[in-house]
Design a protein around this ligand. Structure first.
Ligand SMILES: [Zn+2]
Ligand SMILES: [Zn+2]
Length: 249
């Protein structure tokens, strides 16, 4: 059982007004667990008639005789909800440095608050991450296609750094346990400050007093937040906050 499932099961309080969404998410998580795609026209068994009616009203389910079917809109909605949830987790973990517990409590609120374009902005900001902090896949959005960034994402793979640039390790995008253990033993762990020294013939990185080199593949799996950009963004956020604060008074 993934931590995500655990998180979802505890969310009763934050989404009681959103039972249809909750059910759609559950469908997607079940499909993931069983390694199959969620499909339109798939028969679903909703826990009660009221939920089905609400879902039909929203266009996420339809009726065929005595059966309830998921619609394409329903599939898209569950995809979007899972995407929002996991991107919110990334945002909370990597940028706002929330603890695991706080992430569990808050990711669910964000997923209902943010619309698709806000989610795509967060996705771009984070460098279009492929997985959530628990290692579960983030369904890609429109923003992830083409790879043309309007601005440099806040979190990038090591391969995007320029020589001399300092960065903080944010996460390691690999599920290979041996590789994770190897990187960790070298001191490449979330929160660690590093400096890229060279890009060729291999990526050479300074970690505290040691110097480590990586091949392209591993460098592409080490996601970092460049230090300089972090300062600029913090300033921007503070500015927006203070203006909002002043208007409120
Ligand atoms: Zn997760
Ligand atoms: Zn994206």
């Amino acid at each position: 059982v993934t931590e995500d499932l655990h998180g979802f099961s505890k969310r009763r309080s934050c989404s009681s007004e959103n039972e249809v969404d909750e059910y759609l998410e559950k469908l997607m998580l079940e499909a993931e667990k069983e390694n199959r795609e969620l499909k339109g026209d798939q028969v679903v068994s909703l826990p009660d008639e009221k939920l089905l009616e609400k879902g039909i009203e929203l266009g996420y389910f339809s009726r065929r005789g005595n059966e309830a079917l998921l619609t394409e809109e329903g599939v898209e909605r569950s995809r979007q909800l899972i995407r929002s949830h996991r991107l919110a987790e990334r945002l909370l973990a990597d940028i706002l440095n929330f603890s695991d517990e706080e992430i569990e409590e808050d990711a669910c609120r964000y997923e209902h608050l943010l619309d698709e374009s806000a989610i795509d902005s967060i996705c771009s900001l984070l460098g279009h991450p492929r997985t959530c902090p628990h290692g579960n896949p983030i369904p890609p959005g429109k923003c992830c296609q083409g790879g043309a960034f309007k601005f440099r994402p806040l979190v990038v793979p090591l391969t995007e750094l320029e020589p001399g640039e300092e960065a903080e390790v944010k996460y390691l995008a690999t599920t290979d346990n041996d590789r994770l253990a190897h990187l960790t033993s070298l001191g490449i762990t979330p929160g660690q400050q590093i400096t890229l020294l060279r890009r060729r013939p291999a990526y050479v990185v300074q970690v505290d007093t040691s110097v480590i080199s990586f091949d392209d593949e591993i460098a592409g799996q080490v996601y970092v937040r460049p230090v300089k950009q972090a300062v600029a963004v913090k300033k921007g956020r503070r500015f927006r906050w203070s203006r909002k604060f002043l208007r409120g008074r």
